[in-house]
Design a protein around this ligand. Structure first.
Ligand code: SDX
Length: 393
């Protein structure tokens, strides 16, 4: 059925829904988007082409790609009134708090003119979100540092434009390093979709009620924020900085194994991958390229990261539990090297994941669907009568 969840009667906690978008084989470390391996897409494609693939189910022809890119560029600016929303936030608010707010606020600008039962309107919503997420993400950063918002530029690629809006100022021409722009594009691409993860399932559940796409994406941003999910890239950098020096690694490894210690090795393990996360391998290659370009090959955090990875691949505790590096392990090191502050990392993840969220939302509401209604195993009190307060012990 096209329903949100199809329960297997024997396992209430095992819920699955149908999708044609992404396939993962966690045991083999396989990730396919509409059948194409992530390694080939990362090597030979680019982010907007993968957005098209996720949305329409196939890679675009030259003409389709040019039209898609032109349409995306047509929607990169946000309503000038939206700029006022930022003034309601403290400058030191967490960027994900602001992102939840301003993306949800897009509903106030575009929702009324959208009929989500209309295929063309759904497409317009998708374009607006993919176009505006980097603009809003960069605005969140600029607001936090008290610099003026930068308008998007249509002569730049998606990665170049994002770096322009993040680091450009009205005082001088943006000088974008093509290696960093390519790394940015690849980071967005590697985060584009990942099957029924927590935030995508949140978007699908919100969408199953008929909520507008902007509100659904805002719910996905909220779910992504947690350190067990999209917040892990920020947590990885905080962990590496807390370790601080290779000589302290053994202490943290012992803590990660200690059942009584809540500390976990951030960037390791995965709900599905019990093998290398294929995205982590590509991310590591990008990491090496960026650090070499910036002359940071001897970055102390990278040395700690590489030592942690080596231990995780050899130490019996991690090997037995199949705790391999995941997509978040290296992305944070790249983003920090590019100059993006740690608290912005999950905003970058949300920006990259937008086409995946949109594709799943679109897939679900494009055909007959029913509202999602996960059931439960009740383990509370048996039925009992009310006791007046003066009779309670
Ligand atoms: C993402 O779902 C997706 O697709 C998500 C994502 C996406 O693209 O959308 O891939 C993005 O969320 C990647 C994951 C990012 N999170 C982290 O890096 C946080 C650190 N990882 C852990 O919190 C954990 O590995 C999870 C949450 C990712 C997965 O948890 P599971 O599958 O529920 O594993 P588990 O908690 O059942 O752990 C199994 C064992 C336990 O030990 P035992 O009880 O068997 O003795 O492994 C241990 C855990 O204690 N363990 C870890 C560990 N992760 C699991 N021990 C130390 N460090 C870790 N990171």
């Amino acid at each position: 059925s096209k329903g949100f969840f199809t329960f297997d009667p024997g396992f209430v906690s095992t819920a699955a829904c149908e999708s044609k978008i992404t396939f993962i084989d966690g045991a083999k470390g396989v990730l396919l988007h509409r059948g194409y391996p992530i390694e080939q897409l990362a090597e030979q494609s680019d982010y907007l082409e993968v957005c098209y693939l996720l949305m329409y189910g196939d890679l675009p022809t030259t003409e389709q790609k040019a039209k898609f890119i032109a349409t995306i560029k047509n929607h990169t600016m946000v309503h000038e009134q939206l700029r006022n929303f930022f003034n309601g936030f403290r400058r030191d608010a967490h960027p994900m708090a602001i992102m939840c707010g301003v993306v949800g606020a897009l509903s106030a600008f575009y929702h009324d003119s959208l009929d989500i039962s209309n295929e063309h309107h759904r497409e317009i919503a998708a374009f607006r979100l993919i176009s505006k997420m980097p603009t809003l993400a960069a605005m969140v950063y600029k607001y936090s540092i008290g610099q003026p918002f930068m308008y998007p530029r249509n002569d730049l690629s998606y990665g170049e434009n994002f770096l322009h809006m993040m680091f450009g100022t009205p005082c001088e021409e943006s000088n974008i390093n093509p290696v960093l722009a390519r790394a940015m594009d690849r980071i967005f691409l590697l985060h584009a979709d990942h099957e029924q993860n927590a935030s995508t399932s949140t978007v699908r559940l919100a969408g199953s009620s008929g909520a507008n796409p902007f509100a659904c994406i805002a719910s996905g941003i909220a779910a992504l924020w947690g350190p067990a999910h999209g917040g892990a890239n920020e947590a990885v950098l905080n962990m590496l900085e807390e370790i601080g020096d290779e000589k302290h690694i053994d202490t943290f490894i012992a803590r990660a194994k200690d059942k009584d210690d809540p500390f976990r090795l951030m960037g390791f393990g995965h709900r599905v991958y019990k093998n290398f996360d294929p995205r982590a391998k590509v991310m590591k290659q990008s990491c090496d390229e960026v650090l070499e370009e910036l002359g940071l090959e001897n970055d102390p955090l990278l040395k700690i990261a590489k030592r942690l990875e080596k231990i995780a691949l050899e130490d019996e505790y991690f090997v037995k539990r199949k705790l391999y590096p995941n997509v978040d392990f290296y992305s944070g090191i790249i983003l920090k090297a590019i100059g993006i502050p740690t608290e912005m990392f999950t905003v970058i993840f949300a920006t990259g994941r937008t086409p995946g969220w949109i594709a799943h939302w679109h897939e679900m509401i494009s055909g007959p669907y029913r509202i999602g209604r996960p059931r439960q195993l009740y383990t509370g009190s048996e039925k009992r009568d009310f006791v007046p307060v003066d009779k309670r012990k």
